[in-house]
Design a protein around this ligand. Structure first.
Ligand SMILES: [N-]=[N+]=N[C@]1([C@H](N)O)O[C@H](CO)[C@@H](O)[C@H](O)[C@H]1O
Length: 804
């Protein structure tokens, strides 16, 4: 929270007094602490409960309004919700940030410290999970009745530490303290079965699961801008039906007595740490079915409370599948309608399809989920039967277009999701077109109207209003505060871009953020950086297609160039990296180690470190992104074209006035269209050129022969420059790039290197740079997740807002 102290309006003063009283009330009666004995965490809890009270009022009123209106509800099913911290978000959305600052100051506390004490709720891996969190906030801001359904993992995404430059994973402990934002719902416990057998009884199909667990709901209200509406995020926690086996205990088998609970809790124990990789483990399938079964039972229970005609379901219920992780929702809904409620099979499929829609987030083959018939049939015998029948009916109806949900003995969850959805969407214009041409080419032929595009977005509340007060205040001063709810209003900045005074203030806001960030770097990492240097950031999961290794290779080439001519007029630059590698992804972990080894060498280099420094910040998460993005000048979006479905970090950077260096991939294409090609540093092959280049034999060797800087930088990987104690440490990376180079690091290197030279030159002209940056902000209105959600509401869900 980059708070700037200024005069407190009267309203805030009243709010501050009331808030202070509530904080003290909760400290006493909820936390049970006297002020003189309270620790920072106690004050944070007390403030959180005081704020939660205010959200809860809005939430219960929203629930009442939705019910009275008999409104259609949106149900967002996602295995990931990368929420981050909630206190600051809630304060900003309730307009209580200033009041909280005053209230806490009166109590001798700094709001910034209290906010920073909150652990991130890291219930997601990356973009897909964060998108779900942004969507929940936009649904509430728009006033669309909705519920997010997911899993309440006891341990979110692992904590990342570096030991000698290597990533080490540690368990994440967000629930070590009480989580103040959730309400436990013991009354909403549901049984979920696994395994067992299917029997026919008097023409009815009965599934007898071999084991059952209980799903317990925990509700976290998500409040929208100005607190007018709030929707719940309902996360399920697994527990044993009979948690304690007293009989075993009485026989001294203490481990056995606790086993049922331990086994059941395993289902919601930990988030699988893979981003865009199919996990394929039985426990993962159990997690997927567990939350789907609990959520659908909950959805039908809510529907049947007010309606008794199941044919109405598609009019009242819209269920969005966030990727294929909840794909079993198709057969499960059919089972609930057909097996348990007697709806005729094909009619049940029709009703289910009317409710379901599916978002695809990646085309990477290794990320497309499939389950072996054996494993799936063992865990979900009835669902396998239902999928076989859905498959037969679907493809039976289209004999001219053979295909199947089953391929090579595996259930293709993407195909199942497509077949069971009335709408399927991609997450950027390019990605959606590539979906039609590749993974869903056949199905697109059969259902030409089913695939639609909904380009991703980010919430402007968290990703500008809250994380960048310096810029937000300038914008509000210039065009009013309407932009926070309607981001398209940023275009009203356009006329001010010719005003030198405005550009100076815009640059000053960025400079102020960089000064705060530099002080933090010095304090927490002992790295002294010049706030006037260019802050160049690549923060995202570590993956070959995102090409962090291209970035560090070019950094090495830049370093070598400075050594060649240290007297030249080099543009000082700080390279910022952040991102986790999946624990089993060794190549990605090698890239992390290389970046840390390069950082150690370059930052200690007396000749070059005044021009080029590198830092890899550990444990990249939502809160760290909120710290880095407002302070960045350059946004690295350098994926191999055709591989990054959208990206959302790219949008956050552009919104906060960082210029993009990037390929024509995912939403980069639309960012460049919106901000203008002259305000974007484009390089590299297009998706079509990538496909063509891959067919060229020896494409990497040819590229290396054609680029001396590339050849030389690779040489430094081979000769132990960054690992004198283990010269061969980076031969693997060098061989990969010079060999198959599937992600075309070598072939795109020269263009990237040239583009980085253009970037350095452009940064030299600060006023022009600031104007380009301001134009990025002014033209980023399209990338609000409010716009995205309105697209889903209109083109997919048929849902309407209940607030104006
Ligand atoms: N899984 N998955 N997919 C991703 C991200 N890795 O989470 O979803 C994100 C959200 O749609 C995309 O922005 C990103 O390009 C894509 O790779």
């Amino acid at each position: 929270m980059t708070q700037t102290l200024h005069a407190v309006p009267a309203g805030d003063a009243i709010d501050a007094t009331a808030l202070k009283a509530d904080v003290l009330k909760h400290l006493t009666f909820t936390i049970g602490r006297a002020p003189e004995d309270a620790a920072l965490g106690d004050w944070r809890m007390a403030l959180s409960f005081a704020v939660r009270d205010r959200i809860t009022e809005s939430w219960l009123a929203s629930e009442r309004a939705a019910r009275e209106a008999g409104a259609k509800r949106v149900y967002y099913l996602s295995l990931e919700f990368l929420i981050g911290r909630l206190l600051e978000d809630a304060l900003v959305n309730l307009g209580l940030a200033e009041a909280a600052e005053v209230a806490l100051r009166d109590l001798g506390l700094a709001l910034g410290e209290v906010v920073a004490d909150e652990p991130d709720a890291a219930l997601g891996n990356g973009g897909l999970g964060r998108l779900a969190a942004c969507f929940m906030e936009s649904l509430a801001t728009i006033g669309c009745p909705a519920i997010g359904y997911g899993i309440r993992y006891e341990h979110g995404l692992f904590r990342q530490q570096f030991e000698h430059g290597r990533q080490v994973e540690l368990p994440e402990l967000w629930l070590e303290q009480q989580h103040p934002w959730e309400f436990e719902r013991p009354g909403s416990r549901l049984r979920v079965g696994f395994g067992g057998h299917v029997h026919q009884v008097e023409g009815r199909t009965i599934w007898h699961p071999a084991e059952e667990v209980e799903a317990e709901a925990f509700d976290t209200p998500i409040v929208g801008w100005e607190g007018q509406w709030a929707n719940p995020l309902r996360l399920w926690s697994a527990r044993a039906v009979y948690p304690f086996d007293l009989n075993r205990f009485n026989h001294g088998d203490f481990r056995g007595a606790a086993e049922p609970e331990a086994l059941a809790r395993t289902i919601s124990r930990v988030l699988y740490p893979d981003d865009t990789t199919d996990e394929g483990k039985a426990l993962r399938l159990k997690q997927e079915y567990f939350f789907v079964a609990a959520s659908l039972a909950d959805i039908l229970c809510r529907f049947e409370r007010d309606f008794d005609d199941l044919a109405l379901l598609p009019e009242k219920v819209a269920i969005q599948l966030n990727d294929t992780h909840p794909a079993v929702a198709g057969p499960e809904l059919v089972r609930l309608l057909h097996d348990e409620r007697g709806v005729e099979f094909s009619r049940a499929v029709e009703i289910a399809r009317g409710c379901l829609s599916y978002t695809n987030h990646t085309l990477l083959p290794e990320a497309l989920e499939s389950w072996s018939e054996g494993l799936f049939g063992h865990l979900l015998p009835r669902h396998l039967e239902i999928i076989e029948r859905i498959d037969a009916e679907h493809y039976g109806a289209h004999p001219d277009r053979p295909g199947s949900i089953f391929e090579h003995g595996e259930i293709q969850m993407g195909t199942l999701s497509f077949v069971m959805a009335h709408k399927v969407n991609g997450v950027s214009a390019l990605h959606t077109e590539l979906m039609k041409e590749t993974v869903f080419e056949g199905l697109h032929q059969v259902h030409p109207d089913r695939i639609v595009n909904q380009t991703n977005g980010v919430t402007p509340r968290r990703w500008l209003k809250s994380c960048n007060a310096a810029l937000s205040d300038l914008i509000t001063e210039t065009i009013g505060a309407g932009w926070v709810r309607d981001l398209s209003q940023l275009e009203r900045l356009e006329p001010h871009l010719g005003d030198g005074a405005f550009i100076n203030r815009y640059a000053a806001a960025k400079r102020a953020n960089k000064a705060v960030f530099s002080n933090w770097l010095a304090g927490d990492y002992g790295l002294k950086v010049d706030p006037d240097a260019m802050f160049d950031a690549q923060i995202k999961r570590i993956h070959e297609y995102k090409r962090q290794h291209l970035n560090i290779l070019q950094t090495i080439a830049a370093w070598q160039a400075i050594h060649d001519d240290p007297q030249a007029d080099w543009t000082p630059r700080l390279k910022i990296f952040g991102g986790k590698a999946a624990p089993g992804y060794h190549f990605a972990k090698d890239i992390i180690r290389l970046i840390n080894d390069v950082a150690a060498r370059l930052n200690a280099d007396p000749v070059t470190s005044k021009y080029l420094q590198v830092i890899f910040l550990p444990n990249y998460n939502v809160s760290l992104a909120e710290r880095i993005i407002p302070a960045s000048d350059l946004s690295e979006q350098i994926s191999t074209a055709g591989k990054e479905a959208s990206g959302t970090g790219n949008m956050k950077f552009a919104l906060n006035g960082a210029l993009t260096i990037g390929t024509l991939d995912g939403a980069n294409v639309e960012i460049r269209e919106q901000v203008g090609p002259e305000n974007f540093f484009l390089f590299g092959m297009t998706a079509a050129e990538v496909t063509a280049r891959r067919a060229v034999p020896d494409h990497a060797r040819r590229a290396i022969e054609g680029s001396a800087p590339l050849a030389r930088a690779l040489g430094a990987l081979r000769d132990g420059t960054f690992s004198p104690d283990e010269p061969g440490r980076y031969h693997g990376i060098a061989d990969n790039i010079a060999g198959g180079d599937h992600f075309l690091v070598a072939s795109d290197f020269a263009a990237y290197h040239a583009a980085q030279t253009d970037v350095s030159r452009a940064y030299g002209d600060r006023e022009t740079w600031a104007r380009m940056a301001a134009r990025n902000t002014a033209r980023s209105g399209w990338f609000s997740s409010d716009r995205t959600i309105r697209g889903y509401m209109g083109e997919i869900w048929g849902a309407a807002p209940l607030i104006d």
